[in-house]
Design a protein. Structure first.
Length: 129
């Protein structure tokens, strides 16, 4: 099943459903990277909270993260939120992704609720001195 996109003022909400595997994620990411609006995004909210089946392992997630890390040179400072179900597999895979992405130009964080993710994504940085 394709990923649903909702383009917002400064960001993008992507809802994943059904079974997800490496090809499903990569297809969605390549569609995003190919969109002219990608370079102007401030954030992406990836909502995995309603997927049925995860057909990914840690190696698959690291492959996806490596590609995303390379793409982070195009949109430096992009905030990426992963909304997941509180399931051990999803938690472990999401943490694998965010830990790898710490070395990239993206800021990534994991949430259990879309509302909390959106709050973090749209919060402004405090400018000091």
């Amino acid at each position: 099943m394709p990923c649903e996109y909702e383009w917002l003022e400064d960001g993008l909400y992507r809802k994943f459903t059904g079974k997800i595997d490496t090809q499903y994620i990569l297809k969605s990411n390549y569609e995003l990277y190919g969109d002219d609006r990608f370079q102007y995004l401030s954030y992406v909210l990836n909502d995995f909270s309603e997927i049925d089946t995860v057909l990914l392992d840690e190696e698959d997630v690291l492959d996806i993260a490596n590609i995303d890390s390379m793409r982070s040179r195009i949109n430096i400072g992009l905030k990426v939120a992963l909304v997941i179900a509180n399931h051990p597999t999803q938690v472990a895979l999401a943490l694998t992704f965010t830990e790898f992405m710490e070395k990239s130009n993206y800021k990534c964080k994991v949430f259990l609720k879309p509302k909390d993710a959106l709050s973090w994504l749209t919060s402004s940085k405090l400018v000091c001195c």
